[in-house]
Design a protein around this ligand. Structure first.
Ligand SMILES: Cc1cc2nc3c(=O)[nH]c(=O)nc-3n(C[C@H](O)[C@H](O)[C@H](O)COP(=O)(O)O)c2cc1C
Length: 132
């Protein structure tokens, strides 16, 4: 199975990056920032995609990534997010991707921005579980 983990992480704390890395660790792949690789290079069976809200909206670059994601390049998307309170990034991404005909897993991973350390093991397990 070909799995990719992609994320958009903006703050100096790298909350979403750290969760992405834990998920990727559980799978045995490398988490890659969409800033470093703005397009999927290879077709994937599962794309783990994560981001966070900033002033109530997801980062424009993540929105663009989702908008430009080619449905032919991905069989299924699994979402994850970090935030202070909102899970709207997941909801917005789900709506956008489903609208493009992409299958989005109902289950997603959430970590509060102040409890990233406490969620790393669960994120790793989440990645593993999604492979089953
Ligand atoms: C400028 C700014 C605006 C934010 N706005 C929101 C918000 O509207 N809702 C929310 O739940 N969290 C908000 N947050 C919290 C971030 O979503 C949270 O810190 C997230 O984990 C950041 O992920 P990152 O470190 O990967 O960039 C905001 C953070 C910053 C720095």
């Amino acid at each position: 199975m070909n799995i990719a983990v992609r994320y958009c992480s903006k703050t100096k704390f790298g909350n979403t990056r750290r969760i992405a890395e834990a998920i990727a660790d559980g799978i045995g792949v490398k988490a890659v920032s969409i800033a470093d690789e703005p397009r999927l290079q290879d077709k994937v069976d599962i794309l783990f995609l994560g981001g966070a809200p900033y002033a109530n909206i997801m980062a424009p670059e993540l929105k663009e990534y989702a908008e430009e994601l080619d449905p032919k390049m991905v069989s299924k998307v699994v979402l994850f997010t970090t935030s202070n309170w909102s899970r709207r990034t997941v909801l917005a991404l789900k709506k956008m991707l489903k609208g493009k005909g992409i299958t989005v897993c109902e289950d997603y991973f959430y970590a509060h921005m102040l409890n990233i350390d406490g969620k790393l093991e669960a994120a790793k397990e989440f990645g593993k579980k999604m492979m089953e």
